[in-house]
Design a protein around this ligand. Structure first.
Ligand code: BES
Ligand code: MN
Ligand code: ZN
Length: 484
């Protein structure tokens, strides 16, 4: 469900707010009378003012009791303010209204943190919802509040798509949601879309997407979403070259593993195996609202990896887009097969300046980097550096992993151009060999691959994250494409 908390921006916080959040150290006198002066109060609680810290004080509100939340802002950085915003919003859970005096500095980050912590996904009526309304108080903060709101809204969309059960979410459903998203186009850019159904995929030669999807009663789709800046026609008329970036997302709407069937404990989370595709859909939708100086094309390779009599078999040989043959040794290594088609298509047909893909590709990356760091593999140092910077700035951190050529022989096949996994165990490094597989389909273009299998899902409500899909990648990619 999109963010349910309604937002207003005002110059001054309401004087009678029942729940008022104020940064530490702020002079409270004009707003509220504390039962004890703030300084001894903070000292009493040994409050340090760290980001995420809250000192809660009851105050008289006429005949009723109100609360003031004195919140810490840490070093005042965007990261700290995101955390502060999340803590404040969590404390207001289930309440009708919260009034927040915004801190100095990165106010968009504070808003982003508050709204993401308030995100909820429930099917049914039970459970307490987030705070119903937040009033952000600050002079001249409309633009920053709007940016925080736009970014949080995009993350919420990616979470919603990934949290939706696969009884509802199939490739066709995902394509419909993608088109819907683009129809809600803002004033900042021009967008268009194209969807390949199974007939179009067949005549187009998308053998990887078809092979993965052939076991399912819900046929696969390839979804293309295009954005160009509003001023592109004028810039082109002036002879200016407009950069073109391609984003490719893994859109496996459910991953049973196929005939290489997953055990239940691994399978039960696999409705989120389209998290990368969800990120691409959400980013393309937000670009129309936030604006970006380059053209961006999003490709979502959508298929359901099912277990059935029509499913592909271990030992089958498939032909990827562009003609390369692949021996499928394990049908659970399906993400790379659908991604390879999309990357090869982008390389052959779209002439991008660079390509970035995002995928819940390997369980191994969660072992290597845990739940707090996404992986970036890149053929280009400059691109890796830019994405890393965007990761630090957005709070979605990346760690660069090696594309080591020594491991490339792991994917040799006796019968086809490539195998989809290593036949033996001489090399290991499952995330690296998966990335090396993808690299084969990127031509000579600057390319980066984000493996978000470790960070795509959270096991708890904590900080900005809510249990379930995280939307990891939306903030990072929007920062990279639209950040200043
Ligand atoms: N979707 C999975 C990867 C995954 C695992 C995502 C855990 C999120 C959490 C992917 O399709 C997969 O099954 N990968 C296999 C590759 C193996 C067969 C080489 C894996 O990681 O086990
Ligand atoms: Mn799989
Ligand atoms: Zn998968």
């Amino acid at each position: 469900m999109p963010i349910q908390t309604s937002i207003t921006t005002v110059a001054q916080a309401s004087a009678d707010a029942a729940l008022l959040a104020v940064p530490f150290g702020e002079d409270l006198a004009p707003r509220v009378e504390l039962p004890v002066p703030a300084a001894p109060l903070l000292e009493h609680y040994q409050a340090k003012g760290e980001a995420g810290e809250i000192v809660e004080v009851p105050v008289a509100r006429g005949d009723a009791v109100g609360r003031v939340l004195l919140y810490g802002v840490g070093d005042g950085s965007a990261t700290a303010l995101r955390k502060a915003g999340a803590a404040v919003a969590r404390r207001a859970k289930g309440r009708d209204a919260l009034s927040v005096v915004l801190p100095e500095g990165a106010r968009a980050a504070f808003v982003e943190g508050a709204l993401l912590a308030a995100y909820t996904f429930r099917i049914g009526e039970s459970g307490s919802g987030p705070v119903a309304a937040i009033e952000f108080a600050s002079e001249d903060a409309e633009a920053e509040v709007a940016r925080g709101q736009a970014i949080a809204g995009a993350v919420a969309l990616a979470r919603d798509l990934a949290n939706t059960p696969s009884s509802e979410k199939n490739p066709e459903w995902l394509a419909e949601r993608a088109l819907e998203q683009l129809a809600e186009d803002g004033p900042q850019g021009r967008t268009s879309a194209r969807v390949w159904d199974e007939d179009a995929l067949r005549s187009g030669g998308f053998g990887g997407i078809l092979a993965v999807g052939q076991g399912s009663v819900s046929p696969p789709r390839l979804i293309q979403l295009s954005y160009e800046p509003a001023d592109a026609p004028e810039r082109r008329a002036r002879g200016e070259r407009i950069g073109h970036y391609v984003l490719v997302g893994k859109g496996i709407t459910y991953d049973t593993g196929g005939l290489s069937l997953k055990p239940t404990d691994n399978m039960k989370f696999m409705k989120t195996d389209m998290a990368g595709g969800a990120v691409v859909i959400a980013v393309l939708g937000a670009l129309a609202r936030l604006g970006a100086p380059v053209r961006v094309t999003g490709l979502i390779a959508a298929a359901e990896n099912s277990f059935s009599g029509s499913a592909q078999r271990p030992g089958d040989v498939i032909t990827q887009y562009g003609g390369r043959t692949v021996e499928v040794l394990n049908t659970d290594a399906e993400g790379r097969l659908v991604m390879a088609d999309a990357l090869a298509y982008a390389d052959a047909e779209l002439d991008p300046d660079l390509m970035v893909d995002i995928a819940t590709l390997t369980g191994a990356i969660g072992i290597a980097l845990g739940k707090g760091l996404g992986a970036v593999f890149a053929s280009d140092d400059e691109l890796a550096a830019r994405l890393n910077e965007a990761g630090e700035a957005s709070g979605e951190r990346l760690w660069r992993m090696p594309l080591i050529d020594d491991y490339a022989p792991a994917l040799e096949s006796a019968v086809a151009d490539l195998a989809n996994i290593e036949a033996g165990s001489a090399y290991g490094a499952g995330s690296i060999t998966a990335a090396l597989f993808l690299r084969e389909f990127t031509g000579k273009r600057p390319w980066a691959h984000l493996d978000i299998a470790g960070v795509g899902r959270s096991t708890a409500d904590e900080g900005l994250l809510t249990k379930g899909a995280t939307g990891f990648g939306v903030r990072l990619l929007l920062e990279w494409l639209t950040g200043r």
